[in-house]
Design a protein around this ligand. Structure first.
Ligand code: C2E
Ligand code: CA
Ligand code: CA
Length: 788
């Protein structure tokens, strides 16, 4: 069966005119012949009645009869021919009508198909043909093929005949609005169809055929989903609205409605002018429209008037859109609230450049401000200054009072300091317990600039030393301040920071509550430190370190009760270098661990030599640096040296300073307990000088307290007993500890100590630190004469 859209009708020429001409000529010839015979018959009968006349009359009669017969036949034939022609023209008209109908149907946008009762397609109009044809690679389509290509609305292949509309119609049902899908095999696109079917009944009431119409709803479905998509895209956190070309609002999103305070239906249909703010001049709007018309988009700060008539700054992007359909142009306006944007930006900047606890500028911002201050000073020639304010032993505050109180302290401290700072200057938090103040353009004269900076430092010190009341705690702190001035011309920000760091170290060395100003000599000191550092590494390799021993005396009987091992470094060029100088450097560069191991190994070796020599062995004290004891490897290192030398740990005494207990107390406590478990004696060195938070005495069992020399010195200085020394001794005894008086230089001091009940004494009065050989001799004679 041919499904071509329309079958051409043949309109062949029937030769009707020729036949007519031929018949007429024959007729005339026939009538002529008959007339000729009739005249000759009449002539023969009237003029010569003979046999010829008889023959002639016979012929005439025959001709007349034959003519009548032929005439009858001709008449009949003519009638038949007429009927045939009538019928033929009727059929032609019918065909033409059918073709006309087909042509009309072919121009119908919807697909129209006619199926017979078996479901065999009888007719497909052009749309239906193309619809199914495109879904099939074959030129001709059969019902099973149609079935295979037709899917239901969910995109599932329709398997059941009953689901096909034409079949449903065959069952006598009329189907309305059934959604179907076809897949265009060329483009692999899905075609959505809406099918209706109508059964065609014959005159006998039986089903003759089914007419199915297919309406292509692909475009509208796509448009619908695009619309849905567009609507969802419109509901973003950004404020958006659409106006037509005349500025009439067509659509607003929820965000915009919330921002302006207008309900969506109050805005839709209104002129966007209701949002125009007086913040902008008319010219501004004219320019904006010009740009929009020429470039198709505009972006910039746009103030908007809200329903409550308040003006709001926004960052707007306006885009001109032209719809495909109606070729109308619209404007899509999207806006970000600059108030929130500014606030967010400011918050971000604040967070990045400010300290969270105090709200002060952080180190990053400080460096930036210092850059600016240097530039100002370079321009004006007026010197600026920078002050580093460090809370003494801030770690202790943190550890003993907790972070909450420490943070609150920093906050209150910042507030106090801020009151002393000009608006033009910068106070920043530059470290844990550290603040930095930049003073812009202090004075043109160096001395005056320094004096002004010192005056501010004094004020700071005074403010800081006043007690703080935090959560029922009265907190007392002191500060050390380093000052550096700059002229901005010949110095970089980095150099100013280096100078300040150097000065801060110097202030720290000086002790708590100090103020130090930078001096160029300090830099040469730093340089010297660097070269010492280098030399120290070489010294370790070349055995330039040795040990001296300083005896300790039993106060009651004057007997040698122990000794302190003190490191000595004989520098090849500089001679003996003071341990108080190189030990802190070694602590900073990490060499202290190697130095510590050297001292411990050396002491252990000496003890075993003395033991082997049959000498009386007394406990030897070793100074353990805070940095050393905090190190994870410390215990292992001690254990391996003890194992290596086989020394009885009870002959070892470790002197640690209170500062060692300031950080990682839990770990230090564990280390000390482990040392004590092995039998090593633990004493606290320089007791009374550090941040004496004595609570650790409840947690760690300490054997001995070494009273710092400064308190011993006061025993004679003030011509009276030192209350501190006295307190330490009684405290120690109460805790079951013994005491050692350090730096005993005079008999008077020794006598005082004896009176106070001090257990041991150590100092130049008895013996200066001596070499191993001299000390070995001393061991042979344990009675130290001076004490007697
Ligand atoms: P320290 O632990 O307080 O040692 C006592 C210091 O006082 C020693 O100084 C000693 O020579 C000195 N001294 C002793 N008696 C008197 C006296 O009557 N008057 C005065 N004015 N001074 C006296 P030295 O040997 O110069 O050590 C200084 C500091 O270096 C030591 O103070 C200690 O902190 C550290 N140090 C010494 N050797 C070592 C060591 O092997 N390891 C560690 N980590 N530090 C050490
Ligand atoms: Ca010591
Ligand atoms: Ca000491």
């Amino acid at each position: 069966m041919d499904f071509s859209p329309s079958t051409q009708w043949n309109t062949k020429s029937d030769g009707h005119a020729d036949t007519r001409h031929l018949t007429r000529a024959t007729r005339f010839a026939y009538i002529g012949v008959t007339l000729f015979f009739f005249i000759s018959l009449t002539w023969n009968l009237l003029v010569t009645p003979n046999s010829a006349a008889f023959i002639s009359s016979l012929i005439t009669l025959h001709l007349l009869v034959g003519g009548a017969f032929i005439g009858a036949i001709h008449h009949f034939r003519k009638k038949l021919l007429y009927e045939f022609r009538l019928r033929r023209s009727y059929e032609t008209a019918l065909h033409a009508e059918e073709e006309y109908l087909h042509q009309i149907l072919d121009h119908v946008a919807d697909g129209v198909a006619v199926f017979d009762v078996q479901g065999v397609p009888l007719y497909l109009n052009a749309t239906a043909y193309h619809l199914f044809q495109s879904a099939s690679p074959k030129p001709q389509l059969s019902i099973p093929e149609i079935k295979n290509k037709v899917f239901n609305a969910q995109g599932k292949r329709v398997l059941k005949n009953s689901e096909l509309p034409q079949i449903l119609a065959l069952n006598g049902e009329r189907v309305q609005g059934l959604e179907l899908s076809l897949y265009d095999l060329d483009t692999n696109q899905r075609i959505s169809l809406l099918a209706n079917s109508q059964p065609l009944m014959g005159s006998d009431g039986h089903l003759e055929a089914v007419v199915v119409t297919y309406h292509d709803i692909t475009a509208s479905k796509r448009a619908e989903s695009e619309l849905r998509l567009a609507a969802s895209a419109f509901e973003v956190p950004e404020s958006m609205f659409i106006t037509n070309h005349s500025g009439i609002i067509q659509h607003v999103n929820q965000e915009f409605s919330t921002m302006t305070g207008y309900k969506p239906d109050e805005l839709v249909g209104s002129d966007s002018e209701i949002l125009a703010s007086e913040h902008h001049s008319n010219d501004f709007y004219v320019e904006m429209i010009k740009t929009l018309e020429s470039a198709g988009r505009w972006e910039g700060e746009l103030w908007c008037k809200r329903k409550d008539q308040k003006q709001q700054p926004l960052w707007a992007k306006i885009t001109s859109i032209q719809t495909e359909k109606d070729k109308e142009s619209y404007y899509l306006v999207s806006m970000v609230d600059l108030n929130t944007q500014y606030r967010k930006q400011n918050e971000m900047i604040a967070r990045a450049y400010h300290d969270e606890t105090t709200g002060l500028p952080n180190r990053t911002l400080l460096l930036d401000r210092l850059d600016q201050s240097l530039a100002r000073s370079a321009r004006s020639g007026v010197l600026g200054a920078v002050l580093s304010v460090e809370i003494d032993h801030f770690v202790n505050v943190n550890q003993t009072l907790g972070h909450l109180i420490a943070d609150r302290l920093l906050k209150e401290l910042a507030e106090r300091l801020k009151r002393n700072v000009r608006r033009d200057d910068t106070l920043a938090r530059s470290g844990d317990g550290q603040f930095t103040l930049i003073l812009n353009e202090v004075a043109s004269n160096q001395d005056i600039a320094t004096q002004s900076a010192i005056a501010i430092a004094e004020k700071f010190k005074a403010r800081i030393s006043r007690p703080f009341h935090i959560f029922d705690h009265e907190v007392h702190v002191t500060s050390s301040i380093a000052i550096s001035t700059f002229d901005g011309k010949n110095i970089t920000t980095e150099s100013v920071i280096n100078q300040l760091d150097t000065t801060r170290k110097a202030a720290k060395e000086e002790g708590i509550n100090s103020i130090r100003c930078f001096h160029p000599e300090m830099l040469s000191k730093v340089k010297r430190q660097l070269s010492i550092e280098n030399d120290m590494r070489i010294a370790l390799q070349r055995d330039q370190f040795s040990l001296f021993f300083q005896p300790k005396i039993n106060v009651k009987n004057g007997q040698l009760s122990g000794a302190e091992a003190l490191i000595r470094w004989k520098h090849p060029q500089q001679g003996y270098i003071d341990p108080s100088y190189f030990i802190p450097i070694a602590e900073e560069n990490g060499l202290i661990e190697q130095l510590g191991e050297f001292v411990l190994r050396e002491v252990c070796c000496r003890i075993s030599i003395w033991q082997r020599s049959g000498l009386r062995v007394i406990p030897i004290s070793i100074n353990i640096s805070a940095v050393q004891i905090r190190h994870d490897k410390f215990i292992n290192s001690v254990n391996s040296i003890l194992k290596e030398t086989g020394v009885d740990p009870r002959y070892l005494e470790f002197e640690i300073t209170e500062s060692a207990l300031e950080q990682n107390f839990v770990q230090i406590k564990r280390t000390i307990h482990s040392l004590k478990d092995q039998g090593i004696i633990i004493s606290i060195d320089d007791f009374g000088t550090g941040y004496s938070n004595l609570s650790y005495l409840n947690e760690i069992v300490i054997d001995r307290l070494k009273i710092d020399q400064s308190f011993i010195y006061k025993l004679t200085e003030q011509k009276r007993k030192s209350p501190v020394a006295e307190t330490i001794i009684s405290l120690a005894h109460n805790f079951g500890m013994t005491t050692v008086g350090e730096g005993v230089e005079t008999k008077a001091q020794f006598d005082f100590l004896r009176e106070l009940g001090c257990d041991e004494a150590q100092g130049y009065f008895f013996c200066k630190p001596v070499s191993i050989n001299i000390f070995s001799d001393l061991l042979k004679n344990p009675q130290v004469n001076r004490a007697s």
